[in-house]
Design a protein around this ligand. Structure first.
Ligand SMILES: [Zn+2]
Length: 74
């Protein structure tokens, strides 16, 4: 599950971008393919149901949500 830190050799999580033992900057290995697979499954589900207007609405909702998060003011 883990991976060795390239600096101190301790086993660290794949999702961190900083070693908790020595503080070295490491490249995080977030499983991007999980998101890709999730998106593909949603796409296939909508295509399978033949409901493209729902897919467009879903994409619009996602886009608006992402934009809302980006523009969030305190
Ligand atoms: Zn380390």
């Amino acid at each position: 599950m883990g991976r060795p830190c390239p600096h101190c050799g301790q086993r660290i999580s794949r999702t961190v971008d900083e070693c908790p033992y020595c503080g070295a900057r490491v490249q995080s290995q977030r499983p991007w393919y999980v998101w890709l697979l999730g998106g593909l499954m949603v796409l296939i589900l909508f295509l399978w149901l033949g409901d493209l207007s729902s897919l467009a609405h879903f994409a619009e909702t996602l886009f608006n949500f992402a934009r809302g998060v980006g523009n969030q003011a305190p």
